[in-house]
Design a protein around this ligand. Sequence first.
Ligand SMILES: NC(=O)c1ccc[n+]([C@@H]2O[C@H](COP(=O)([O-])OP(=O)(O)OC[C@H]3O[C@@H](n4cnc5c(N)ncnc54)[C@H](OP(=O)(O)O)[C@@H]3O)[C@@H](O)[C@H]2O)c1
Length: 254
Amino acid sequence: MAEQDLQDRVALITGASRGIGRAIAEEYAARGCAVALAARTPDAIQQVADGINADGGRAVAFAADVTEEGAAERLVTETVAALGKLDILVNNAGGNSFSVPVAAMRLSGWSKTMGLNVEANVRLIQQALPHLVESDHGVIINVGSVAGLRGAPLMAHYGAAKAAIASLTRSLAVEVAHQGVRVNALVPGWIETDLTDFLRGDDATEQSVLSRVPMARWGRSEEIAQAAVFLASDASSFMTGQELIVDGGLSAMP
Ligand SMILES: NC(=O)c1ccc[n+]([C@@H]2O[C@H](COP(=O)([O-])OP(=O)(O)OC[C@H]3O[C@@H](n4cnc5c(N)ncnc54)[C@H](OP(=O)(O)O)[C@@H]3O)[C@@H](O)[C@H]2O)c1
């Protein structure tokens, strides 16, 4: 078995109906991993699972809002019931739906952002851990963002949530290392997905985003998926508690 194969492993991937999560799901499945997919929109998540199954992979779809009480328990239980075990948890569902200065931010907006980007992941981690400990290849991948590496003016809520992901990843990695579970954060830069559509509306905005990226282009979801394969597979077998930044050089800028 090549080190980057995921043959006979089982992954639960949240936010897998489009964008980065979908690319991860399809790449894992292509490498022999059975995948459980979650997102809120039933038709969309089922369609991704159908596509994977039609291509010879193994996928099951669950319509779930990861911020809802009980969703994490249901997702993990149903994944294990459908696919027999759980080796890999990819906490990818996340994002940001507003921009506002801290001075004007409603705390409900702050809490909603933390609820989706941090709390939902903690709940999934708690439910998944007993199964990951049983696996010989237990892995957690938390999706962060370059917004969490530095200041994120007008998106302090999102930046703080993603910075929390990095810290959570380090703490958890230390706590569970002796149980054989590896925990890393995957940190994308600007990737062309629905989440960043609003930045492609006019040329000036898009140019101002890309002018800060040394590679001067949007990243593709498939490029993040390759890094997610590395983190899930034995190719990264001695790596835990780290952030893997895939950003076209953005964070290397002086
Ligand atoms: N795109 C970027 O430039 C970028 C950069 C850095 C980090 N990231 C991070 O990468 C991750 C994926 O981003 P993306 O760009 O692929 O986003 P996206 O295209 O907006 O896709 C988000 C996915 O998450 C699902 N989702 C959203 N809220 C959910 C909820 N409450 N419960 C369950 N599923 C939910 C969506 O499906 P439904 O709407 O059907 O639920 C969809 O499948 C996020 O954590 C994001 O913060 C993205």
